[in-house]
Design a protein around this ligand. Structure first.
Ligand SMILES: Cc1ncc(COP(=O)(O)O)c(C=O)c1O
Length: 398
């Protein structure tokens, strides 16, 4: 389905629901899940809840059989309240409060990430006998990722080996090694490099009599913003081959997709609330900004943008900014927007299903985008089939 048709539907939805609005499509999420399961051998998907924790998304993935990577007690409580079994959760944050570890353990969670001795001490005290996996760092890969996760997370291979021993001595069960190549990573070879490092930890653990069975490849798979991306199939092929080449048979591969599970399942609609000229600069202000869902624009995420009804017009350079009284609230200083853009125009920001509303605040008393679901709208493969009826309904305003 083409963008102009999607935009027509989005206009109707924006008029009905107001803006800012995040329109999500569960059909896309189901397809993303299916693709991972089909392409990665011995795979188990742990959806990274932090990307978008909307209850409809959790319920859909739970029904499909997904597992979940949780970052905090808040996420655990939410998932438990939705009926997700604790055995399907991994507490994947390496920085956890002791009371939250205890809470997780008392509620049946037995899988925890670590990258330090102190975290192991906290787990052995509050979640005795649990399974742990050690996160190794991926320093040097930041060049290939729009949202790098280096430095703060993971540790060296040498230290990881020591941590496996340390955890084992404290009665914990080291089940594997994890890494994260950085979010929105464009280079499949990074997965190969990381899996080779994982294999060193596996080998040393084996020497100590500890048989580990899980490689947790974290997130990092990219979605299409402005640059070309490798496909899921290509990355999966690298993961599959690297596990065989470096580690061997019988290994379970965990993936923790956040961005690549929900990013392309969402599209944001905002309204222009002001246009102004400051010297040579043309400014456009919308009703959602950095504090209301578009935080990732301040690093490297370059969303594709269009203006409804002006899709084919000549573009000019604009500064695109949000509505708050804060000068950080600028998305792009070089946005390409139609010359005639003006007040009340609807600005569509594509592939905004991940890390948008989750980062949203109510700064300045302004609400972050409301989420609604329009299943089939963004699902391209069989969109005509899936969406035919809904499209009619929406356009006729039923
Ligand atoms: C432990 C862990 N797993 C998975 C993810 C999801 O990564 P992505 O959104 O790149 O798929 C994150 C993101 O921060 C993470 O911290």
């Amino acid at each position: 389905m083409n963008k102009i048709v999607i935009n027509k539907v989005l206009k109707k939805l924006a008029l009905n629901h107001g803006t800012p609005l995040l329109v999500m499509d569960l059909e896309v999420i189901k397809d993303n899940y299916k693709k991972l399961m089909e392409n990665i051998q011995n795979c188990r998907v742990y959806y990274a809840v932090k990307a978008n924790s909307h209850t409809e998304i959790i319920k859909t993935l739970n029904e499909l059989g997904s597992y979940f990577d949780v970052a905090s007690r808040g996420e655990i409580e939410k998932l438990l309240s939705l009926g997700v079994a604790p055995e399907k959760m991994s507490f994947g944050n390496t920085i956890k409060k002791s009371v939250d570890i205890k809470f997780a353990y008392e509620n049946g969670i037995r899988m925890f990430a670590v990258d330090s001795e102190m975290e192991i001490d906290k787990i052995s005290e509050n979640a005795p006998g649990s399974n742990i996996y050690v996160r190794i760092s991926t320093n040097g890969m930041e060049e290939d990722a729009d949202w790098p996760l280096t430095r703060k997370f993971g540790t060296s291979v040498d230290h990881a080996i020591k941590l496996v021993k340390y955890a084992h001595e404290r009665g914990l069960n080291p089940i594997g090694v994890s890494f994260h190549v950085g979010s929105q990573n464009y280079n499949p070879n990074n997965w190969r490099v990381a899996i080779r490092e994982v294999s060193v930890v596996f080998e040393e653990a084996r020497r100590m009599g500890i048989e580990m069975k899980i490689v947790n490849t974290g997130g990092g798979m990219p979605i299409k913003y402005s640059k070309d991306i490798p496909t899921v199939e290509e990355i999966a092929q690298v993961i599959n081959q690297s596990v065989v080449d470096y580690i061997g048979e019988g290994i379970k591969v965990i993936v923790e997709p956040g961005r690549s599970m929900v990013g392309n399942a969402g599209v944001m609609v905002t309204s222009v609330i002001l246009k102004s000229k400051k010297g040579e600069e043309n400014w456009v202000y919308t009703d959602a900004g950095v504090f209301h869902g578009l935080l990732e624009t301040i690093q490297n995420i370059r969303y594709e943008i269009s203006v409804i009804g002006k899709e084919n017009q000549e573009n000019d350079k604009f500064v695109l900014a949000g509505p708050t009284c804060d000068s950080v609230d600028v998305m792009y200083y070089d946005a390409s927007l139609p010359e005639s853009i003006t007040i009340d125009d609807l600005v569509v920001i594509y592939n905004t299903g991940a890390y948008t509303t989750e980062y949203g605040t109510s700064f300045n008393g302004i609400q972050s985008p409301k989420i609604i679901f329009e299943n089939g709208l963004l699902f391209s493969e069989t969109s005509e089939h899936v969406y035919e009826k809904t499209l009619e309904k929406v356009l006729n305003n039923e």
